[in-house]
Design a protein around this ligand. Structure first.
Ligand code: FAD
Length: 390
């Protein structure tokens, strides 16, 4: 049985835990940080199974500001995450998101556009004829408008970003320890020590819950409930021979999304029923019965499309309001949360993790105020209402 001490113990070494480890040791090179990760292959981690896309088209100021800062980080990731002898390439492609609206969605599309412009997002509202001219492969007869991101939106290689944070964190002195956090000693409202399944104990000044879809079970170890559930989402890889350019990340009014991935496309949609903890088996039936017909209607060239393969991962769904929960837990004094990002976590990771590092190093948010994402809103029953959740 081993015992060790650290300034910060992070539970989970996905994008949240690894980005946090990077920021902590960047802000304070003398800080000792241990990341406990039970599966270094990341076989079921959301960060490895994500669609890894980034948008400015949110409707809450805090989410828009996070995206603005995050795209800035991603544009410079090769420098910020560089390690001696390594090359960082997160493959960022800024080709925009395109939200489409029929009659029923027009008012909310316009409302979202107004908020986004107010907070400086580079988005344009396109009329039906402008949509047809810009995207000639799109069926526009039932559309009234589209909201298109002119810059700051697109996609990247999520696994490459995770690997780069991890490699740079290690180069800055962070220890990655393989193991599962299975118990916590909590006394007088503080976690004194975390226990791993193999009997190892780690005592630390701060503990961070970065356990993604498994955050609720980690919170339980500290004695409280966190309304974050693992909800399966399938990503379909689709081949289509026609050349359809330019092709953004399209969000259809029927609910599906699709974007290019290499020479193919990836697409997904919310499931008809959404139970917790479903096994990570892709839902092939839904492709045949729901997604393909909807795709072919919106993009006629997809009538001849072919499903190449599919995978499934978990959204770490915040059941309270579908937004991240960031910062100190009000009742467990040295526990911080980086949880519940509900399908928009990988794009927010560079910025929300910096916020938590600032709380630990400076006692407050310094570069961007993230207090709208604090746990207190759950206690006070004040949901943060974000209209654009995918
Ligand atoms: C299909 C899909 C598409 C997505 N698309 C997008 C997108 O386009 N844009 C976007 O921004 N986000 C997207 N997301 C969401 C995004 O991937 C997640 O928000 C993000 O990856 C969460 O990162 P994380 O580090 O919190 O979780 P994870 O990557 O799951 O990491 C958590 C880690 O904690 C470890 N762990 C858990 N419990 C313990 C324990 N007790 N002890 C030790 N280790 C533990 C796990 O092994 C895991 O590696 C998508 C997600 C999915 C599933």
């Amino acid at each position: 049985m081993t015992f060790s001490r650290a300034d910060v113990a992070i539970v989970g070494g996905g994008i949240m835990g690894s980005a946090l480890a990077y920021w902590l040791t960047r802000l304070d090179p003398n800080m000792s940080v241990v990341v406990v990760e039970r599966d270094p292959t990341y076989a079921t981690a959301s960060s490895a199974l994500s669609a890894a896309s980034i948008r400015q088209q949110f409707t809450t100021p805090v989410n828009i500001r996070i995206s603005q800062a995050s795209i800035g980080f991603m544009r410079q990731a090769d420098e910020l995450l560089e390690v001696p002898g390594g090359v960082v390439d997160i493959g960022l492609k800024e080709r925009g998101y395109l939200y489409l609206a029929r009659t029923s969605g027009l008012a909310s599309l316009r409302r979202a556009h107004t908020i986004q412009r107010e907070f400086g997002a580079d988005v344009a509202l396109l009329s039906t004829s402008e949509l047809a001219a810009r995207f000639p492969w799109l069926h526009t007869a039932d559309l009234l408008a589209g909201s298109f991101g002119l810059s700051g939106e697109g996609w990247f290689d999520g696994y490459a970003l995770l690997s780069a944070f991890r490699a740079r964190a290690r180069a800055q002195g962070v220890t990655y320890q393989r193991g599962e956090v299975s118990a916590m000693d909590v006394k007088n409202g503080r976690i004194e020590c975390v226990h791993l399944g193999d009997g190892t104990r780690i005592a630390s000044r701060y503990v961070v819950n970065a356990a993604g879809p498994w955050a609720r079970s980690v919170a339980k170890l500290a004695g409280f409930d966190l309304p974050v559930a693992a909800r399966k989402r399938t990503v379909y890889v689709i081949g289509c021979r026609a050349r359809l350019e330019p092709f953004p990340l399209l969000i259809d009014p029927s609910g599906f999304w699709i974007r290019p991935e290499g020479v193919s496309y990836i697409a997904g949609m919310p499931p008809a029923s959404d139970p917790d903890d479903s096994p990570l088996e892709p839902d092939y039936d839904a492709f045949e019965s729901v997604l393909w017909p909807a795709l072919a209607e919106r993009i006629p060239a997809f009538e001849a499309a072919r499903l190449e393969r599919a995978w499934a991962g978990y959204y770490e769904m915040n059941l309270f309001d579908h937004n991240g929960i960031v910062g100190f837990h009000p009742q467990v004094g040295n526990l911080l949360l980086l949880n519940g990002f509900s399908g928009h976590g990988i794009q927010q990771a560079p910025v929300v993790s910096r916020g938590v590092a600032e709380l630990i190093c400076h006692g407050r948010f310094v570069t961007l105020d993230l207090s709208d994402l604090s746990y207190n809103r759950l206690l006070e029953n004040r949901p943060l209402l974000e209209l654009n959740v995918i």
